[in-house]
Ligand binder design. Sequence first.
Ligand code: SAH
Ligand code: CA
Length: 215
Amino acid sequence: MDFLPQNISDYAEAHTTAEHDLLKKLNRDTHLKILQPRMLSGHLQGRFLAEISHLMRPRRILEIGTYTGYSALCLAEGLVDDGKLITIDINEELETFTRSFFEASAFAHKIEYIIGDAAEIIPTLNEVFDLVFIDADKMNYTKYYNLVFDLVRKGGYILSDNVLWSGKVANIQEGKKIDKDTRNLLDFNKMCHDDPRTENILLPIRDGIMISRKI
Ligand code: SAH
Ligand code: CA
């Protein structure tokens, strides 16, 4: 999932503010106790998401795909005083673990954690978002993008994670079969790039983040 040579990525992490204690514990405990820990954003991407949030000072953030809450806690850092982050995950088995970290954080009162299918929850949200982070099942990225689009303010951002899909989207070979998730992400990236309502940059950090700004 990491495209940078190991020494470069080690050096970048070594010169990036360390994870504070709660995130370090969340990272460690997720690896010890939870399935598929590589889904967690991790140190470098986490600091990137936090920095975006500090730059923007958002009032409303929506996250689709909480997992154990690592990216939610990073994104919450820059929220204004009366700001709120809504995060949705369909996996109720993660709820107790994840909620305990939200409650231990300084952002407990700013995080609304909803268990359910994002495709069903999003249409019920009565908010205008400054920032949306799409990071759930890759099959439904286009659906999530279309569902959230009208809820994002002009000048707001949609960040979509894992759009390089371990590099697979850039390794298409004639005559070779393309797996389903890769196909979905190819279509999603093209749709984002062709959308005249946004300006976009595909940032090759970690597994690739599509940054779309609504113009
Ligand atoms: N954002 C997290 C990682 C998310 S992993 C981080 O960076 O640390 C992807 C998550 O999407 C999983 O926890 C999975 O349960 C969730 N997910 C999958 N399908 C979903 C759906 N239909 N609605 C909401 N969440 C979903
Ligand atoms: Ca991700």
